[in-house]
Write a protein that binds this ligand. Structure first.
Ligand code: IPM
Ligand code: MG
Length: 373
């Protein structure tokens, strides 16, 4: 059987990045043994690893590798201890992560939040609030809003004989930006439970009014999907009170950043949450950027304690969205499910009250998942 060769840029980054990336690559190698595909995986430094290796959070060679690849598998960047030692424009979050999002036009961020039955104990909500299970897809706009709007600056101002600082961030969205992310969210809803909750702050923000108008207009193309609008403050509350009411949540950049962390907590741990960042689809392959939604967790880095599942599930999203390999994606997701059902728990999802579970390290969790492919 001839096999397709797919080029993956693997940028592990800082903190727990390298150790969870190692497990993700292990799982991809297991996929190669079962499916007609070959992964050409090239690793390159990013974040503080990039600064240490080549003086920049996103070294030129790393960017060139990304451009020559079919997709990017990303770990995490930023170290709170070191970040303040360099100018903010050079820090890994801005100079690497936000730069890549913008550079590749990755406007659609998909964050699937699922609470597996076996991890009900890790959810902070009482069992009766978990219903038949929590299964939400957060669709976050990723290249607009307050993250990128101009002006963005801190200046010194003088008023009434006093001098102080004033910081400005600008929230700005255009109709086309809202339209394209709305289409992504409605299409995703069609493959799920056909309900879309659009999050905004239309009672206060101009942006919110435009957002609501445009999403309502786009909904006419998707008569099979039920649309509801919700203010972001209420959305945050409803996630706690009745998360099972949500199927797809459509959010602008900042609201999506906040609500996706909140939703992730419902799934037991940030260490369980993968994400896909996509741009415009070109032909069959969609260039994508895949990363765990959690951070670098420097406190547990290098200790074989981190949960590799978010990184591994990010590989599944990559196979599904960039490579059209849905069966292989499902194989990874099923292997994760099996490893959890078999009682493997990293510290973040471990509870002493579970009788059939045992605490395992990053590597052991990766081994268990790779063996289940
Ligand atoms: C995320 C992260 C990033 C963001 C940070 C690290 C810049 O929190 O991907 O959710 O705010 O987008
Ligand atoms: Mg975030």
């Amino acid at each position: 059987m001839s096999s397709t060769v797919l080029k993956i840029a693997a940028l592990a980054g800082d903190g727990i990045g390298p150790e969870v990336m190692r497990e993700a690559i292990k799982v991809l190698r297991a996929v190669e043994k079962k499916f007609p595909v070959q992964f050409q995986i090239t690793e390159a430094p990013v974040g503080w690893a990039g600064i240490d290796a080549a003086g920049k959070a996103l070294p030129d060679a790393t960017l060139a590798l990304c451009k020559a690849s079919d997709s990017i598998l990303f770990g995490s960047v930023g170290l709170p201890d070191r970040d303040p030692t360099i100018p903010k424009e050079e820090r890994p979050e801005r100079a690497a992560l936000l730069r890549i999002r913008k550079e590749f036009g990755l406007f659609a961020n998909l964050r699937p939040v699922q609470l597996p039955k076996a991890l009900a104990h890790a959810c902070p909500l009482r069992p009766e609030r978990q219903g038949d299970g929590i299964d939400i897809l957060v669709v976050r706009e990723l290249t607009g809003g307050m993250y990128f709007g101009q002006p963005k600056k801190t200046e010194e101002v003088s008023e009434a004989g006093k001098t102080f600082h004033r910081a400005t961030d600008t929230m700005v969205y255009t109709t086309p930006e809202i339209e394209r992310i709305a289409h992504v969210a409605f299409k995703a809803a069609q493959f799920r439970r056909k309900k879309l909750t659009s999050i905004d702050k239309a009672n206060v923000l101009e942006n919110g009014i435009l957002w609501r108008d445009v999403v309502t207009k786009i909904s006419k193309n998707y008569p099979d999907v039920t649309l509801e609008h919700m203010f972001v403050d209420n959305g945050a509350m409803q996630l706690m009170l009745k998360p099972t009411q949500f199927d797809v949540m459509l959010c602008e950049n900042m609201f999506g950043d906040i609500l996706s962390d909140e939703a992730a907590a419902l799934a037991g741990s940030l260490g369980m949450l993968p994400s896909a960042s996509l741009g415009a689809t070109a032909g069959e392959k969609t260039f994508g950027f895949y990363e765990p939604a959690g951070g670098t967790a420097p406190d547990i880095a290098g200790k074989n304690l981190a949960n590799p599942i978010a990184q591994i599930l990010s590989c599944a999203l990559m196979l599904r969205y960039s490579f059209g390999m849905n069966e292989a994606a499902k194989a990874i997701e099923a292997a994760v499910g099996k490893a959890i059902e078999a009682g493997n728990r990293t510290g973040d999802i471990f509870s002493a009250s579970e009788t059939n579970a045992r605490r395992v390290g990053t590597k052991e969790m990766g081994d268990a998942i790779a063996a289940g492919i």
